[in-house]
Design a protein around this ligand. Structure first.
Ligand SMILES: Nc1ncnc2c1ncn2[C@@H]1O[C@H](COP(=O)(O)OP(=O)(O)O)[C@@H](O)[C@H]1O
Ligand SMILES: [Mg+2]
Length: 246
């Protein structure tokens, strides 16, 4: 599988504390990857580095077929290059309908001038329907986003990210605060999304991770402690000691 993102030898310190310590990580095109590890392992910081929010002190972050360095790029440039990120707290427009939220996300792809003179084309309206079906909100298009359940808001935000057609989607603890049924639906959305793009999911819920049925990377003290199938890493004594056994 050809590499989409390659992080190598990356370190970052906050006030002398090494949050990321010589981290190397590689993900292929259209690959699903789960990242697990104890609190403070550096999982969110890893996403901050990939999205340009945090600058590493050393190391390389390379993107795409041309191995373009992401390190000199702004957060906006990295997003435009095709990296989408979902934060824990959904950031949907509560007063707008599900339909409007998805349409706005499609528009956002086009830049400010296009937005100014924008009239939705039939293709965009069809794409909104397609996205709504993908996230399971086809029957809720007319509802205000503010009326949705916590889980439905999260799905809407995933749909808004998918509208931008990222080649890599980073998702930090999506299952937090969700009911078991919502968690299951969230896994299904992510598994579907990973058929056509790379998806990296940080999650503590092991049931959730199991349903992703993908390669798992275990982070500990800012570096990779173990990598492989979920069964492989959960049988690793070091992983049990620092994470599972707690
Ligand atoms: N902006 C920051 N300033 C200072 N310390 C930070 C900052 N971001 C993260 N850290 C520290 O880096 C370590 C890793 O944090 P984080 O990446 O959030 O871990 P995780 O997401 O795996 O729980 C923690 O000890 C955290 O306190
Ligand atoms: Mg975190």
């Amino acid at each position: 599988m050809s590499t989409l993102l390659e992080v190598s030898g990356v370190s970052v310190s906050f006030d002398g504390f090494k949050a990321i310590n010589n981290l190397s990580f590689r993900i292929g095109q259209a690959e699903m990857r789960a990242v697990i590890g104890p609190n403070g392992a550096g999982k969110t910081t890893f996403m901050d580095i990939v999205t340009g929010k945090t600058r590493p002190d050393e190391g390389r972050v390379l993107w795409g077929e041309r191995s373009q360095s992401l390190l000199g790029m702004s957060e906006a440039q990295i997003a435009r290059a095709g990296i989408g990120r979902k934060f824990q707290k959904p950031t949907v427009f509560e007063d707008q309908s599900v339909h409007e939220n998805l349409l706005m996300a499609l528009k956002g792809r086009r830049g400010p001038w296009a937005v100014l003179f924008y009239r939705p084309a039939a293709a965009d309206l069809a794409r909104v329907d397609e996205l709504a079906a993908e996230i399971g909100l086809a029957d809720h298009l007319a509802r205000k986003a503010g009326e949705l359940s916590h889980g439905q808001k999260q799905w809407l935000e995933i749909g808004m990210l998918l509208a931008q057609e990222p080649r890599l989607l980073l998702v930090d603890e999506p299952a937090a605060g969700m009911t078991p049924a919502e968690r299951e639906h969230t896994t299904a959305i992510l598994v579907e999304a990973a058929k056509t793009r790379a998806v990296v999911v940080v999650e503590h819920d092991m049931e959730f991770v199991r349903r992703l049925s993908c390669k798992v990377t275990v982070l500990h003290e800012g570096a990779v402690l173990a990598e492989g199938s979920l069964d492989h890493v959960t049988a690793d004594q070091r992983v049990i000691d620092v994470y599972l056994g707690r």
